[in-house]
Ligand binder design. Sequence first.
Ligand SMILES: Cc1cc2nc3c(=O)[nH]c(=O)nc-3n(C[C@H](O)[C@H](O)[C@H](O)COP(=O)(O)OP(=O)(O)OC[C@H]3O[C@@H](n4cnc5c(N)ncnc54)[C@H](O)[C@@H]3O)c2cc1C
Length: 496
Amino acid sequence: MDVVIIGAGPSGLLLAHYLLEKGAGRFRISLNDAREDPRITIKRPPTARRYSIGISMRGRMALKGVDGLWEAIKARGVEIDHMNIFVMGRMIERPPANKGGQPVMTDRTSLCAAMLELLVQRHGKSGLLSLHFLHKCTGVDLDKRIVTFSDVQEHEDIHNGGLKMPGNKAPEKPSQSVATYDLLVGADGVRSVVRAAFMQHLRSFDYEQRDLGSELIIANIPPMPAVPRDVVVMIGGKKGGLGGLMLPSALSPDGETSMCLILKWADGARPAEWFAQKSAADAKRFLERTFPWLQIPEEAAGSLLTQRPSKSMQIKCSQYHDSDGAAVIMGDAAHASGPSIGQGVNTAFGDAAALASLLLKMGDPSELPAVLERFSALRVLEGHALVDLSESQNPASSATGTLNSVRVIIQGLLRRFFPKWFAGPIIAMAAGLKPLTEIYAIHKAAVDSVLEGNRKHRTALLERRHREKLQGLEALLPNGTASGHVAADPGLKKTA
Ligand SMILES: Cc1cc2nc3c(=O)[nH]c(=O)nc-3n(C[C@H](O)[C@H](O)[C@H](O)COP(=O)(O)OP(=O)(O)OC[C@H]3O[C@@H](n4cnc5c(N)ncnc54)[C@H](O)[C@@H]3O)c2cc1C
């Protein structure tokens, strides 16, 4: 069976491992990615786009199905000892956690490089694996089962955020190519081309995409004396200030630790003081004043200041398969969420393992439509739970936020004294193996109340922005032109 995988990220790579390792030669894999080969990227000076991710029990379980894969990844990561919280100007030290169940943090590119190295080492000469980097999928014809690709030019290398990287061997002119498939797998992340083709092809396909509004900037910095190398720091930000996370990372191929500083702010709460900084030196002084434990090189502070912030996107789909088109989506292509419960990659690994298990059990290719349908049935609700649980950790209004924090503290205390009677907080439970759908069911009332609060907050924010825009346009344009029918409706005009 010819399997074309779009996206050689964590989920695409894991699926390739499973099918080649356990498929007894039944699957020919073509793995395609728009970015450059991560084995090359890890040898370059790290760019601001590289970030650290945590692999917890859920992801580990999926990886352990392939002999030696988890060990290869772990060797490139840092096992977390505990988490500190920096809030209201104070670093609160928390006791070390039990060893064994803690996430292993690793840089996403290093993770992909480790997975790819092992894949090539084991199957590179099998004749069953073909790899194509800087090879962007530009279109999918689900009726004809054809995929179109274009070679990516140096300046388009999306991994490096459009930066021109010396040494990329991209052709002078982009060349187009096509591939046919028996099974197409969209593991192509949040802006999935395969998912876009589902939209065109499937009447039954419902899809919800939301810009979460929050923005983040990233710097990779050397470890500093005040913070142990195996500790995650959660940085609580006050409204209009910088919050975020500092995570251990392993940027270099030999596993040397660095720290990945992720600073973020919520929708409508751009930190004015941060944006008032004029130079790299100012930015460094500002950050070290705000976070007294932080030591940041001036170059990194400057890069934070000038970087275009990334936005988090939330995606939910009603199904992950198209039986007629013999295609499936998984990972961030199927369910993207903010990083707040740290389960995006772990759920993506779970998808890949579940799909592989169904495909490996398939007796005959004629069973493929039923296999794909079963995949959706198994994974869609888990994807929805991921998105909802993640959003529940980000209450938009301060009232809901305070209520939520109080709830988490009380829950933690009750859990400590009556562990059999009370469930732990969502983040702690998500780091274990319980399905996310079950965690959602346990915390349903709290999750739904935050989601509802966020929905109201979003609607109010949207209305306010539209009113402000209209007012701005009215001031610029001749009488009544901007507001159009609004001006003709005295009721609406009054609220504006
Ligand atoms: C700052 C940050 C921190 C995070 N922290 C965590 C964490 O601690 N724990 C956790 O579990 N998750 C975390 N996540 C989420 C995690 O990174 C994603 O869930 C995970 O990478 C998804 O894997 P994937 O393989 O589905 O997709 P991706 O990692 O997005 O990979 C998709 C691949 O497809 C390629 N691609 C895209 N379009 C095309 C195209 N048209 N043609 C060819 N190739 C294409 C891309 O180049 C990419 O390599 C974090 C995310 C961010 C941004």
